[in-house]
Design a protein around this ligand. Structure first.
Ligand code: 5AD
Ligand code: SF4
Length: 345
């Protein structure tokens, strides 16, 4: 089979995905990106969906080896935003014409079932906006309450589909539990996002192929694939960051395999690669997640160092992002950007 035929194969096998991830010749890599761009256009159209992110608490009770927010990292200054501050930021996001907000935090149960429900309800009551929760692994009852309160989507990355590596990276937590949570979220009717990191210690390209197939099996609505970036004061602080090209190839392969899903061009990719965002958007991605965390908290959500745009005021950072999208000749969506799986039904 030649490369063009392979790229048009509807059901790529693990070995075939590995083959794509291993492509080295420039022309072949461009062919991969072009095909991903075509598939994106066919299943998702030309619009770019924006998700305004509010990082409202950097407290976390987990100890993931790769993450700067891990509980044992005593070097960072922790913060929590009040409900009023969160709702005020949601209003700011809405005023920018963005119709999805992402409420993101470490696993922080101080924000209990009722407080999160209150925040969701208060936002949904006032603004016609979709809410994505990204609060880590929480209680099954909580997921249900938050769905009733009006949450639309849940983002819970599987991080790696390799069971052994998962346990290692996440300090003995179990991949099977993650999968149960993801399945339950789907059952409750959330649009579900998952995804993984590229370039983690000991990870192989076969693992990445499995990550993509894991997302397929789970029938996710969004797949977020970002490079690993070593964070200071973590066990992986001296490791190398993930390779930008391998990340882009993984996103492109994910687009070809998963087809009608949202794929973000991540801030992490943009932080390690000049024009990383643009390259992602040209190779299969269709979503950007601008950060609206307000001062003085902005810049304190240090999952990894060197986040691009983090020292700018949210407004200025957003304006520069808008310019970059327009320069690509793509349109910014004015809708909520629900899952392509829902809108095509
Ligand atoms: N580099 C890149 N992404 C990271 N995340 C956590 N730590 C890192 C890192 N060092 C991502 C994980 C997680 C989310 C909170 O941030 O994928 O899902
Ligand atoms: Fe906490 Fe998520 Fe970081 Fe793990 S990756 S330490 S769960 S914020």
């Amino acid at each position: 089979m030649n490369l063009d035929e392979l790229l048009h194969n509807e059901n790529l096998s693990r070995d075939e995905i590995v083959y794509l991830l291993n492509l080295e010749r420039r022309e072949e890599i461009s062919q991969l990106f072009q095909r991903a761009d075509e598939v994106r256009k066919k299943f998702c159209g030309d619009e770019i969906h924006l998700r305004g992110v509010i990082e409202f608490s950097n407290y976390c009770s987990c100890n993931c080896l790769y993450c700067g927010l891990r509980e044992d990292n005593f070097s960072i200054e922790r913060f929590r935003m009040t409900a009023d501050e969160i709702i005020g930021t949601a209003k700011l996001i809405y005023s920018h014409g963005i119709r999805t907000i992402v409420l993101q935090s470490g696993e922080d149960t101080i924000y209990d079932t009722d407080l999160i429900s209150f925040i969701i309800y208060s936002i949904k009551k006032e603004f016609d906006i979709a809410i994505t929760l990204s609060l880590g692994q929480r209680g099954f009852q909580e997921y249900q309450s938050w769905k009733y309160a009006g949450a639309d989507r849940y983002l819970l990355k599987h991080e790696t589909a390799n069971e052994k590596l998962y346990e290692k990276y996440r300090d003995n937590l179990k991949l099977a539990d993650r999968l149960n949570h993801l399945r339950y979220l789907k059952k409750l009717g959330y649009q579900v996002g998952s995804g993984n990191m590229i370039g983690m210690p000991l990870q192989t390209v076969e693992d990445i192929a499995d990550d993509i197939l894991f997302c397929k099996e789970l029938d996710v609505d969004m797949a977020a694939i970002c490079p690993f970036i070593p964070a200071p004061f973590t066990p992986y602080q001296n490791r190398k960051h993930g390779d930008a090209l391998l990340t882009l190839k993984s996103m492109a392969a994910a687009r070809i395999v998963l087809k009608d899903v949202h794929i973000p061009a991540t801030t992490a990719l943009d932080s390690i690669e000049e024009d990383g965002r643009e390259q992602g958007l040209k190779g299969g991605a269709n979503v950007i997640m601008p950060n609206f965390t307000p001062m003085p908290y902005r810049g304190k959500y240090t999952i990894y160092p060197g986040k691009r745009g983090i020292h700018d005021e949210p407004k200025a950072a957003f304006a520069s992002l808008q310019k970059r999208v327009e320069a690509l000749g793509r349109k910014i969506s004015v809708s909520k950007g629900d899952s392509p799986k829902l809108t095509s039904e």
